[in-house]
Design a protein around this ligand. Structure first.
Ligand code: AMP
Length: 152
Protein backbone atom coordinates (compact mmCIF):
# COMPACT_ATOMS: atom_id res chain seq x y z
CA UNK A 1 0.00 0.00 0.00
CA UNK A 2 1.45 3.32 -1.03
CA UNK A 3 -0.55 6.17 0.52
CA UNK A 4 1.05 8.66 -1.89
CA UNK A 5 -0.28 6.77 -4.90
CA UNK A 6 -3.71 6.32 -3.34
CA UNK A 7 -4.16 10.08 -3.00
CA UNK A 8 -4.88 9.76 0.72
CA UNK A 9 -1.67 11.56 1.57
CA UNK A 10 -0.60 15.09 0.78
CA UNK A 11 3.14 15.60 1.27
CA UNK A 12 4.01 18.47 3.60
CA UNK A 13 5.34 21.41 1.63
CA UNK A 14 3.77 20.32 -1.65
CA UNK A 15 1.97 23.64 -1.73
CA UNK A 16 -1.44 22.04 -2.00
CA UNK A 17 -3.89 21.60 0.86
CA UNK A 18 -5.03 18.03 1.42
CA UNK A 19 -8.30 18.82 -0.33
CA UNK A 20 -6.62 19.70 -3.63
CA UNK A 21 -6.18 16.80 -6.02
CA UNK A 22 -5.11 16.50 -9.62
CA UNK A 23 -7.27 14.58 -12.04
CA UNK A 24 -6.07 14.33 -15.65
CA UNK A 25 -3.67 17.19 -15.00
CA UNK A 26 -6.38 19.49 -13.69
CA UNK A 27 -6.26 20.76 -10.16
CA UNK A 28 -9.64 20.04 -8.59
CA UNK A 29 -11.11 20.63 -5.20
CA UNK A 30 -12.08 17.27 -3.77
CA UNK A 31 -13.50 17.60 -0.30
CA UNK A 32 -12.09 15.11 2.13
CA UNK A 33 -13.48 14.55 5.61
CA UNK A 34 -11.73 16.60 8.28
CA UNK A 35 -11.32 14.56 11.48
CA UNK A 36 -10.81 17.73 13.52
CA UNK A 37 -14.31 19.14 12.97
CA UNK A 38 -16.27 19.81 16.14
CA UNK A 39 -18.80 17.00 15.66
CA UNK A 40 -15.98 14.47 15.13
CA UNK A 41 -14.60 15.64 18.48
CA UNK A 42 -18.03 15.17 20.09
CA UNK A 43 -18.25 11.64 18.66
CA UNK A 44 -14.79 10.83 20.07
CA UNK A 45 -15.86 12.18 23.47
CA UNK A 46 -13.26 14.97 23.37
CA UNK A 47 -15.94 17.66 23.67
CA UNK A 48 -19.15 17.26 25.68
CA UNK A 49 -22.63 17.48 24.22
CA UNK A 50 -26.15 17.58 25.62
CA UNK A 51 -27.19 14.16 24.32
CA UNK A 52 -30.87 13.37 23.78
CA UNK A 53 -30.63 10.07 21.87
CA UNK A 54 -28.13 7.57 20.51
CA UNK A 55 -28.25 4.33 18.53
CA UNK A 56 -25.55 2.29 16.74
CA UNK A 57 -25.48 4.63 13.77
CA UNK A 58 -26.37 8.08 15.04
CA UNK A 59 -26.11 10.56 17.87
CA UNK A 60 -28.56 13.37 18.67
CA UNK A 61 -27.82 16.34 20.89
CA UNK A 62 -29.08 19.88 21.56
CA UNK A 63 -27.82 22.66 19.32
CA UNK A 64 -25.62 25.02 21.32
CA UNK A 65 -27.28 28.05 19.69
CA UNK A 66 -30.97 27.08 19.43
CA UNK A 67 -33.11 28.75 16.76
CA UNK A 68 -36.37 27.33 18.16
CA UNK A 69 -37.60 25.96 21.51
CA UNK A 70 -36.66 22.51 20.20
CA UNK A 71 -33.43 22.47 18.18
CA UNK A 72 -31.67 19.12 17.98
CA UNK A 73 -28.81 18.03 15.75
CA UNK A 74 -28.77 14.44 14.55
CA UNK A 75 -25.44 13.21 13.19
CA UNK A 76 -24.27 9.88 11.78
CA UNK A 77 -21.39 8.21 13.62
CA UNK A 78 -19.51 7.66 10.36
CA UNK A 79 -17.29 10.27 8.66
CA UNK A 80 -19.63 11.94 6.16
CA UNK A 81 -19.29 15.57 5.14
CA UNK A 82 -22.82 16.36 3.99
CA UNK A 83 -26.24 14.89 3.21
CA UNK A 84 -25.06 14.34 -0.36
CA UNK A 85 -21.92 12.51 0.77
CA UNK A 86 -23.97 10.46 3.25
CA UNK A 87 -26.68 9.65 0.71
CA UNK A 88 -24.12 8.43 -1.81
CA UNK A 89 -21.56 6.69 0.40
CA UNK A 90 -23.30 5.37 3.52
CA UNK A 91 -24.37 1.74 3.91
CA UNK A 92 -28.03 0.77 4.07
CA UNK A 93 -27.63 0.13 7.81
CA UNK A 94 -26.20 3.60 8.36
CA UNK A 95 -28.94 5.23 6.28
CA UNK A 96 -31.67 3.33 8.11
CA UNK A 97 -30.18 3.83 11.57
CA UNK A 98 -29.79 7.54 10.98
CA UNK A 99 -33.36 8.09 9.83
CA UNK A 100 -34.69 5.95 12.71
CA UNK A 101 -32.79 8.20 15.08
CA UNK A 102 -34.43 11.31 13.57
CA UNK A 103 -37.87 9.71 14.02
CA UNK A 104 -37.15 8.57 17.57
CA UNK A 105 -35.94 12.02 18.61
CA UNK A 106 -39.03 13.68 17.14
CA UNK A 107 -41.24 11.23 19.02
CA UNK A 108 -39.27 11.59 22.26
CA UNK A 109 -39.55 15.38 22.17
CA UNK A 110 -43.22 15.31 21.14
CA UNK A 111 -42.91 17.72 18.22
CA UNK A 112 -44.73 15.81 15.48
CA UNK A 113 -48.27 16.60 16.58
CA UNK A 114 -48.00 20.38 16.29
CA UNK A 115 -45.44 20.14 13.55
CA UNK A 116 -41.71 20.41 13.12
CA UNK A 117 -39.02 20.63 10.47
CA UNK A 118 -35.80 18.90 9.53
CA UNK A 119 -33.20 20.58 7.38
CA UNK A 120 -29.62 20.01 6.41
CA UNK A 121 -27.31 22.75 5.19
CA UNK A 122 -24.70 21.81 2.60
CA UNK A 123 -21.77 23.72 1.21
CA UNK A 124 -21.34 27.42 0.64
CA UNK A 125 -24.79 28.34 -0.67
CA UNK A 126 -26.36 26.25 2.09
CA UNK A 127 -24.25 28.02 4.76
CA UNK A 128 -22.94 24.77 6.22
CA UNK A 129 -20.63 25.59 9.13
CA UNK A 130 -19.66 22.17 10.43
CA UNK A 131 -18.37 19.73 7.77
CA UNK A 132 -19.89 16.61 9.35
CA UNK A 133 -23.35 15.74 8.02
CA UNK A 134 -26.11 16.79 10.41
CA UNK A 135 -29.84 17.27 10.33
CA UNK A 136 -31.39 20.10 12.31
CA UNK A 137 -34.69 19.09 13.93
CA UNK A 138 -36.67 22.20 14.79
CA UNK A 139 -39.96 22.56 16.61
CA UNK A 140 -41.88 23.89 19.57
CA UNK A 141 -43.19 26.97 17.78
CA UNK A 142 -44.68 28.02 14.45
CA UNK A 143 -41.61 27.94 12.23
CA UNK A 144 -42.94 30.11 9.42
CA UNK A 145 -42.42 29.33 5.78
CA UNK A 146 -39.57 27.13 4.68
CA UNK A 147 -37.12 29.77 3.43
CA UNK A 148 -37.19 33.43 2.54
CA UNK A 149 -38.36 33.70 -1.07
CA UNK A 150 -35.67 34.98 -3.45
CA UNK A 151 -35.83 38.67 -4.41
CA UNK A 152 -37.52 38.97 -7.76
P1 AMP B 1 -24.68 24.30 10.03
O1 AMP B 1 -24.68 25.72 9.54
O2 AMP B 1 -25.85 23.54 9.50
O3 AMP B 1 -23.36 23.61 9.75
O4 AMP B 1 -24.90 24.40 11.57
C1 AMP B 1 -24.03 23.96 12.55
C2 AMP B 1 -24.77 24.02 13.86
O5 AMP B 1 -23.96 23.43 14.86
C3 AMP B 1 -25.12 25.43 14.34
O6 AMP B 1 -26.53 25.52 14.51
C4 AMP B 1 -24.37 25.56 15.67
O7 AMP B 1 -25.09 26.28 16.63
C5 AMP B 1 -24.17 24.10 16.07
N1 AMP B 1 -23.03 23.82 16.92
C6 AMP B 1 -21.75 24.21 16.75
N2 AMP B 1 -20.97 23.72 17.72
C7 AMP B 1 -21.77 23.00 18.54
C8 AMP B 1 -21.55 22.25 19.73
N3 AMP B 1 -20.34 22.14 20.29
N4 AMP B 1 -22.61 21.65 20.31
C9 AMP B 1 -23.83 21.76 19.77
N5 AMP B 1 -24.10 22.44 18.64
C10 AMP B 1 -23.09 23.06 18.04
Amino acid sequence: YDPKKSGAFSPVGSGFPASMRRIRGKRIKAMSYNNENIFAKILRGEIPCDKVYENDQALAFKDINPQAPVHILVIPKGPYISYADFGQQASDAELAGFMRAVGEVAKQLGVTERGSRILSNQGEDGHQEVPHFHVHLLGGKNLGRMIKPIDK
